[in-house]
Design a binder for this molecule. Structure first.
Ligand SMILES: [Fe+2]
Ligand SMILES: [Fe+2]
Length: 215
């Protein structure tokens, strides 16, 4: 008989960090290539900027879920950790996201490149701290199983509500996720979303991002 794995909010953090990290890597690599050689066609150009928009919004949604729900809940359980510092880093990242948006709206790869480097410079040490401070072992010690389940549901709902527009952000989440992570998300989402909206109703809106997404 297979045992159901224990729920642990730390795995949810690691999962969304992997999705965002892939998005950032893909965007950096392609920004460099297209800045050198130009976009091969209009659809690729459209898809690149939509992918950029979806990355910005998914980071924003994730950070709001941490600031509004996760951090306030775990901070009293981990008084030795400088959790306000993590929220300050979110503000630094939000400033960079604002600059990325301006570059995107101007269609400027030359301006976008340095913003992506700035984002990466804060992002990697930031998630390293989070994944160390909120490791599965530590979270397993400071939260009860019902708290893990409740926090996972609340943070997922909060980030989904703020990661907009959904027709770009949901496909971005699903198709930057490796198979195991994608299966987790698909299972957690309502069937209407995964069987109707993403593959059919929203398809035309996000299809241009396909060259940057996983199969
Ligand atoms: Fe964070
Ligand atoms: Fe995070």
């Amino acid at each position: 008989m297979s045992e159901k794995p224990m729920p642990n909010i730390a795995f949810d953090l690691q999962r969304i960090h992997r999705v965002i990290t892939r998005g950032l890597t893909v965007l950096e690599e392609n920004c460099h290539v297209f800045a050198e050689s130009g976009f091969p066609d209009e659809t690729t150009c459209e898809g690149f900027w939509k992918y950029c928009q979806a990355l910005e919004a998914n980071i924003q949604g994730h950070h709001m879920a941490e600031d509004d729900i996760f951090f306030p809940f775990v901070a009293p359980r981990l008084p030795e950790r400088d959790i306000p510092r993590l929220s300050l880093e979110h503000q630094v990242l939000a400033n960079t996201l604002g600059q990325m948006k301006a570059s995107r709206e101007a269609g400027s790869l030359v301006d976008l490149g340095p913003e992506l480097s700035k984002l990466a410079g804060v992002w990697y040490p930031h998630i390293h701290k989070e994944e160390t401070w909120f490791s599965p072992e530590i979270m397993g010690q400071v939260l009860t199983v019902p708290e893990h389940i409740d926090l996972a549901q609340k943070t997922a709902a909060h980030s989904a509500a703020h990661a907009q527009p959904a027709p770009l952000c949901v496909p971005f989440l699903l198709y930057n996720a490796e198979p195991e992570d994608r299966a987790f998300y698909m299972n957690a989402m309502p069937p209407e979303l995964t069987q109707q909206l993403v593959p059919i109703v929203w398809k035309d809106e996000w299809a241009a991002m396909k060259p940057f997404l996983l199969n």
